[in-house]
Design a protein around this ligand. Structure first.
Ligand code: HEM
Length: 476
């Protein structure tokens, strides 16, 4: 075999032929997460793990990350994303090549500024409902993630899909959320256990069978979302999102549709088929709700532990709203500078997607290192965000970092990734989170169950802690 320059980089000791394939057998998700934090300390900022003939280059230097993420053509995802395939298939998150290019182009306008502006009505209403639900539990420690993931799921469904998931008929949505979690575990298991990677074998195991069961639940939920929206469109008793959009279209701008309506229109023109619509519905429902739920949950936990930050948010809201108890409008959201800094800082400490990967399709230079086609690159965002040289006192929660004009490298802070394959829902997520946080902090004082408790994190497709996060919401 031709010499590959990345083979000269350090890394955990390798066995002949198999490389590091056995290093991760039987390692729990928790150990895996903490082990990957140890590796750069041992092996430096570029190290390589080999699994048979796969070379996985791990990086967390700002300059290296910039080169990789800003590359215009190396936009293919790594092999580990293959395990998303049965679930998200041709959806935007894992699509490759031309398919990705075309989809990205046609989907970008569905998150256009004007559309987001219409969504803010939904965010407002759901945030009010959220406050209402929390008010019913004044004496309880609430399992934050479960309440918040309902909130984010309802938001993505009602905005992008135009479907209202009512609180009381939520059995299928509970099953849906549970199944997503299970699928996440299966995917991570397959990533770290090479024999589960062989489809023929995997699907014969109890794990594989359970995975298929979860997949079926998720697919049928997505199907029902699409069918319901189709029915609504046909019966004309249309829900406000699409109507608002039409109202806005009379000033000469193009008619803009929310995601699912847009895809259904495209289906009529024969540009996309039902299965491909389902792929995007699955993709956006997953990418749009789980990541945001984790981010908000971590944010609320940090706030509960930092009364001084809660007070500053409360003050900011008083300045914006005065004595009015109105919900935040689009322009109110723009004024929430401190809240925005708080969210940013929470996403620095707990980036919902702690690492992501690229497969090199075209040789390129990473500084002085030739990285050849075929190498996979793992970008460690969690590590990047915790670097002491970029964020002094890195473990501390300090929203002020994002207010006092500190100058940082543009790739030093990338919870939403960067470059051509960055997060298409970045602004959506920020607006949604600002709306929720301001509403919560205006109405409650947050109290942690165990002050200063440190989370035990685990490697998963989104950053999760092992134990539930409990917070008490005391009405103000
Ligand atoms: C706090 C919330 C969020 C975070 C931290 C986040 C983070 C990310 C990251 C890191 C990526 C790149 C992943 C990779 O390269 O493998 C990504 C991609 C993506 N995100 Fe988000 N995201 C968030 C919210 C959302 C929302 C609300 C939506 C939809 C409304 C969304 C839809 C997507 C999609 C479709 C992609 C794939 C884009 C492409 O490959 O062209 N995300 N997100």
């Amino acid at each position: 075999e031709e010499e590959n320059p990345v083979d000269r980089l350090p890394g955990p000791p390798k066995w002949p032929v198999v490389g590091n394939a056995f290093n991760f057998i039987g390692v729990s998700n928790v150990d895996l997460f903490y082990r990957t934090l140890e590796y750069p300390k041992k092996y430096g900022h570029r190290y390589v793990i080999k699994v048979f003939n796969r070379r996985i280059l791990h990086i967390y230097d700002v300059e290296d990350i910039e080169i990789v993420l800003s590359h215009p053509r190396n936009v293919r995802k790594t092999k580990q994303y293959k395990f998303f395939q049965p679930w998200l298939r041709t959806g935007l998150l894992i699509a490759t090549g031309n398919k990705w290019h075309q989809r990205r182009k046609i989907l970008t306008p569905t998150f256009h500024f004007n559309i987001l502006k219409n969504f803010s009505k939904v965010f407002e209403e759901k945030s009010r409902d959220l406050v209402h639900r929390l008010k019913q539990k004044p004496e309880e420690y609430v399992d934050v993630l479960s309440v918040i993931s309902d909130f984010t799921l309802y938001n993505i469904c009602e905005t992008a899909m135009g479907i209202q998931l009512d609180y009381d008929n939520s059995k299928s949505s509970v099953e849906y959320k549970e199944s997503i979690k299970e699928i996440g575990n299966h995917i991570v298991n397959r990533i770290i256990t090479f024999w589960l990677q062989v489809d023929l074998f995997f699907y014969q195991t109890p794990l594989g069978k359970h995975y298929v069961k979860c997949l079926n639940k998720v697919h049928s939920f997505a199907d029902s979302v699409i069918m319901e929206r189709k029915k609504k469109m046909m019966s004309q008793e249309d829900y406000s999102v699409i109507q608002n959009l039409d109202d806005n279209a009379n000033n000469g701008t193009k008619k803009r549709l929310a995601l699912l309506d847009f895809l259904l229109e495209a289906e009529k023109k024969g540009e996309i088929d039902f299965e491909e619509i389902r792929d995007e519905v699955n993709t956006f429902m997953f990418a749009g709700h789980d990541t945001t739920a984790m981010a908000l949950t971590h944010c609320l936990m940090l706030l509960a532990n930092h009364e001084e930050v809660q007070e500053k948010i409360y003050e900011e809201c008083k300045t914006i709203f005065g004595d009015s108890d109105r919900t935040p409008s689009w322009s109110d959201l723009a004024e929430m500078k401190y809240i925005e800094a708080t969210i940013k800082e929470a996403l620095r400490l707990y980036p919902s997607v702690p690492f992501y990967g690229r497969k090199v399709t075209e040789d390129f230079m990473l500084g002085d290192l030739l990285v050849k086609k075929g190498v996979e690159i793992q970008l460690h965002i969690y590590d990047l965000h915790h670097r002491e040289d970029i964020y002094p006192d890195a473990e501390a929660f300090k929203p002020e970092r994002f207010l006092n004009g500190e100058v940082r490298h543009p790739y030093a802070y990338i919870p939403f990734s960067a470059g051509p394959r960055n997060c298409i829902g970045r602004r959506f997520a920020m607006q949604e989170m600002k709306c929720a946080l301001s509403e919560i902090c205006r109405h409650f004082r947050l109290v942690p169950k165990t002050k200063g408790a440190r989370l035990t994190l685990k490697a998963d497709i989104v950053l999760r802690s092992v134990n539930p996060i409990y917070v008490k919401f005391l009405p103000r």
